[in-house]
Design a protein. Structure first.
Length: 199
């Protein structure tokens, strides 16, 4: 999945109530790795997003903007936060993007309650075996019947990457770097952050 030819590109969805640590850590770590990140707001058309603890984020773009070529991106990331995850998992365009990316073997990633969007996207329904997935413990019961549910901090099943919550956000982001840009790049990013990372 990693290539040195051209910079990889990732969408990080945001909505009112997204969890700020999970959102900003992923954006920051991916950008440290040279991955182009588009912060894409859902269900607002201007202004900032207010996250679950009151932090405001200014998106790069808003879903529905025809100038955004979604097909040119290599990954799509859904952060948690109960309110934001609800919006993202119920949005038809987000569900379609996640389903299409997974079918195209692009990276689909979700953390915390964001894993609910994997369920609503219907990705599991097209596969013969249950996908391995994790999430915040608070939404486990909504996933356990449809997936092979795990409690590891980060779970990778093919091109699906899921994680548990704010405390696992750095590991989650570095795993995305590893998949998109290679293990060496993930180690290179982790070192000045004073992290011990074993991809």
């Amino acid at each position: 999945m990693a290539s040195a030819s051209s910079p990889k590109k990732a969408i990080v969805f945001v909505a009112q109530g997204s969890e700020e640590m999970e959102t900003v850590v992923v954006i920051d770590v991916l950008r440290r790795a040279g991955i182009q990140v588009l912060i894409l707001a859902v269900e607002i058309t201007s202004g900032s997003v207010t996250c679950s603890r009151g932090v405001r984020l200014v998106p790069d773009a808003y879903l529905g903007d025809d100038s955004i070529k979604i097909s040119t991106f290599d990954a799509a990331v859904v952060p948690g936060g109960a309110g934001g995850a609800k919006i993202l998992s119920q949005n038809a365009q987000v569900r379609c993007i996640l389903s299409d990316f997974h079918a195209q073997h692009k990276i689909v990633a979700a953390i915390c309650a964001g894993s609910l969007a994997i369920k609503t996207a219907g990705i599991q329904s097209h596969l013969p075996e249950p996908l391995r997935i994790t999430s915040h413990p608070s939404v486990r019961d909504q996933l356990v019947d449809d997936f092979s549910y795990k409690e590891d901090r980060v779970v990778v099943d093919g091109n699906l990457v899921t994680s548990r919550g704010p405390g696992t956000a750095v590991e989650f982001a570095l795993r995305l770097v590893s998949l998109l840009a290679g293990r060496d790049k993930a180690r290179e990013v982790a070192a000045p952050m004073v992290l011990n990372f074993s991809p």
